[in-house]
Design a protein around this ligand. Structure first.
Ligand code: SF4
Ligand code: SF4
Length: 338
């Protein structure tokens, strides 16, 4: 059956190559939909609200044909029911991110201004924008596979890293296209020319739009010492976000402590993630060493090409086989009296 894998993946996994270069350099982003300027909502028209976004994202994850693995796992769904949250475009935390993450990090206003200019319409004010953020929890089978791996990413996880990212972008593009067709400005920061991951001075490897930080801002989770976001569905997930010119109401409370759900930071013995890391990139005192992690993750590309026939890097070992894998750790909930 092995011959059903693609051959010479370094050359023939076109989706993987495009995704990797696009992520690193901001190339190959798909054409943006045009704003339908003829279409303005009338008094009886239903403007998409918070429920519309939650329902639409959940439905796409449940039935979209692209939420699926490739050979040898044909038909398996990568993601389970998502979590969805909202951040107001003028939330002060978004400007704070310029200091916390770095000046390279975009605000939703800056991203939307680009989209507005492209469509020759005035840029909406920050207060008239909302970030829609979502968490795509990884399937139980994939988590179990990664949990059983001690050194390198499992095949299911590697496929989810590649095809899951492509699916996440497709999901957002379909929603953005729908909204633009209704005359509502919307933009996915992932597929703009700004979307390039690189080493920033004093910051290290970073992207100009952090989906994880947007998810934290939306109250969807808090950071673990491994830098994954620990949500009510755990840390084993992918996250995404996009910006819309609508005033949506955030409906989740954001904990002030960015480490509320991490046992170690709450003074409870754990560091299971440190024991899972084959690169020694997690330390109880200094936290997560992004450079050491990136080196290890990048080294997996060659192995994934040879063994899994896909062009992708990945790891996620520290997000599986740990107390925060699939939920907020029980000891945190107990301490909080939940
Ligand atoms: S495994 Fe433990 S220490 Fe590591 S991030 Fe999860 S809760 Fe925190
Ligand atoms: S992703 Fe892998 S290399 Fe990076 S910290 Fe987690 S276990 Fe270590």
């Amino acid at each position: 059956m092995k011959d059903r894998y693609r051959r010479f993946a370094a050359l023939t996994d076109v989706g993987g190559i495009k995704s990797a270069i696009g992520e690193a350099k901001g190339f190959f982003f798909p054409k943006q939909p045009r704003l339908n300027k003829e279409c303005a909502a009338g008094p009886g028209d239903r403007i998409p609200d918070e429920e519309w976004f939650k329902k639409t994202i959940k439905e796409k994850v449940a039935v979209h044909p692209d939420n699926a693995m490739e050979y040898p796992y044909y038909g398996e769904r990568m993601f389970e029911e998502p979590l969805v949250g909202f951040v107001r475009g003028d939330d002060p935390l978004l400007s704070e991110y310029k200091k916390i993450i770095g000046p390279h990090h975009f605000t939703p206003y800056e991203i939307m201004r680009w989209q507005a200019e492209k469509n020759r319409v005035p840029a909406p004010k920050a207060e008239d924008l909302t970030i829609v953020s979502f968490i795509l929890p990884i399937s139980g089978q994939t988590k179990d596979d990664n949990k059983s791996s001690g050194e390198w990413v499992s095949e299911r996880w590697a496929q989810t890293r590649l095809l899951g990212e492509i699916f996440s972008q497709t999901l957002v593009r379909e929603i953005v296209t729908d909204l633009m067709g209704r005359g509502i400005l919307a933009v996915s920061p992932d597929v703009t020319p700004f979307s390039n991951k690189k080493r920033y001075p004093g910051v290290g490897w970073a992207s100009p739009w952090s989906h994880r930080h947007m998810a934290y801002a939306a109250g969807l989770g808090t950071f673990g010492i491994h830098d994954f976001l620990i949500t009510e569905k755990g840390a084993a997930h992918r996250c995404g976000s996009f910006v819309v010119a609508l005033k949506l109401q955030p409906d989740r409370k954001r904990p002030e402590d960015i480490h509320t759900h991490c046992l170690h930071y709450q003074g409870i013995e754990c560091l299971a993630c440190r024991r899972r890391c084959p690169a020694g990139a997690i330390d109880g005192k200094s936290g997560h060493d992004k450079e050491a992690c990136m080196k290890r993750v990048a080294a997996s590309t060659k192995r994934n090409l040879k063994n899994y026939h896909i062009f992708i890097y990945g790891c996620g070992l520290c997000a599986t086989g740990v107390p925060c894998e699939s939920a907020i750790p029980a000891r945190i909930l107990k301490k909080a009296g939940a």
